[in-house]
Design a protein around this ligand. Structure first.
Ligand SMILES: Cc1cc2nc3c(=O)[nH]c(=O)nc-3n(C[C@H](O)[C@H](O)[C@H](O)COP(=O)(O)OP(=O)(O)OC[C@H]3O[C@@H](n4cnc5c(N)ncnc54)[C@H](O)[C@@H]3O)c2cc1C
Length: 350
């Protein structure tokens, strides 16, 4: 393959079962990139990277090419993390043609809490100051929020030789949870994150608790952004619960005038509804868990709305894992084009 992007890196992976891992990579990344496979060669492309992975005997030979060094380092980490995830308990030897740069991760942003407030009874907004908000302006909306232990000098993650993230351990262990950047306030140099408060008696909820206790001056870090963002489509159906609400409201607020969107959002009750303004033509339908009389109100409403949607309408869904598992097959129809949907579970009932 010709690697035309200027920043390149190669690697060799020796998993227990190289062919199986190639299959797993293909199956997983088909949701996130343009993936093509010719026999034992897989090529994955997106705006930030081209990755070619070739099966050669018991090995996987990897070639990465990216438009920037930062994208290259991020792609290495992402691929290494996934390969070790797919390997599970089995051994995996992964080596690269060049070591990872020393120092902090290039997409790690140190931020300081400037304020926190309840915007509804169960949604708490935390505002953080960030030296450079520009990476959060386009495309990707999600971050890993890194919460260091209180009363210790934070130790932030780096990169291991095999490309994976080296997380601090023991007393320096960091809590990591995924959240959405609700808004980028360029003038104030601030990012807003809305944390759903889902207290559970006797269960620790470190992400929600951080927001509940956040004080101006608290230092945390954000890793990202990544994980998908605003769909480009002009006709959208957005479905989700409180965890998806920050993303849905941001998508609606940033719609162009020509866009039409319908949003179905499940919250506890009417007190949890939030106002939204948009240039697009939008319709909001709030479902109230407290009065729905069924635990499956969101799932049922989603099924009906998907069935009534034209195949070219972009469908975006984020909610609990089991609901996503039930809804996924509905989008795998012959008429619906690949790349016209986003389905992600944002939390898991335990
Ligand atoms: C891409 C992405 C973006 C996200 N964006 C946001 C966001 O902007 N705002 C937001 O609030 N959340 C968001 N989430 C969801 C959030 O990461 C999870 O809810 C996370 O589990 C919260 O961490 P925690 O430490 O509070 O609870 P955990 O320690 O993860 O879980 C503790 C217990 O709480 C339960 N639990 C977790 N979430 C919920 C819930 N929503 N309702 C009921 N019980 C729950 C779990 O089942 C578990 O029993 C996002 C997730 C993803 C993947």
């Amino acid at each position: 393959m010709t690697m035309s992007a200027p920043f390149t890196l190669s690697g060799t992976a020796i998993p227990q079962n190289a062919r199986l891992m190639l299959d797993q990579i293909c199956e997983h990344f088909i949701e996130h990139a343009n993936v093509s496979r010719m026999d034992d060669v897989v090529v994955m492309k997106n705006d930030e990277a081209t990755a070619e992975i070739r099966l050669s005997g018991e090995q996987l030979l990897i070639d990465l090419a990216c438009p920037s060094d930062q994208a290259l380092q991020m792609t290495r980490i992402m691929l290494a993390e996934h390969m070790f995830y797919f390997a599970g308990e089995e051994p995996l030897d992964l080596q690269w043609s060049a070591p990872a740069p020393l120092g902090p991760l290039s997409n790690l942003h140190h931020v300081t809490v400037t304020g926190a407030e309840d915007i509804t009874p169960h949604m708490r907004r935390v505002r953080v100051a960030c030296a450079d908000v520009s990476p959060f302006l386009d495309g990707n909306m999600h971050v890993r929020v890194l919460i260091p232990p209180r009363y210790r000098t934070p130790v932030w993650p780096g990169v291991r030789d095999d490309g994976r993230i080296a997380w601090p351990e023991g007393e320096d262990e960091i809590t990591v949870r995924v959240y959405t950047i609700r808004k980028v306030d360029v003038q104030a140099g601030e990012l807003w994150i809305d944390f759903f408060q889902h207290p559970m008696p006797g269960v620790s909820t470190p992400g929600a608790d951080f927001a509940r206790d956040a004080q101006p001056g608290d230092r945390i870090a954000l890793l990202g952004p990544g994980g998908g963002g605003r769909p480009e489509a002009l006709s959208l159906l957005l479905i989700g619960d409180e965890t998806a609400l920050p993303a849905i409201l941001r998508i609606l607020e940033e719609l162009p005038e020509a866009a039409t969107a319908e949003a179905i959002i499940e919250v506890m009750n009417a007190d949890e509804e939030q106002p939204v303004s948009s240039k697009g033509d939008i319709t909001l339908r709030w479902l109230h868990r407290e009065t729905a009389g069924t635990t499956n109100a969101l799932r049922t409403a989603a099924q009906e709305a998907i069935a009534a949607s034209a195949p070219d309408r972009y469908i975006w869904i984020a909610c609990e894992k089991e609901d996503i598992r039930m809804l996924r097959p509905l989008l795998k129809t012959k008429e619906r084009e690949k790349g016209r949907s986003y389905l992600a579970w944002y939390w898991e009932r335990t």
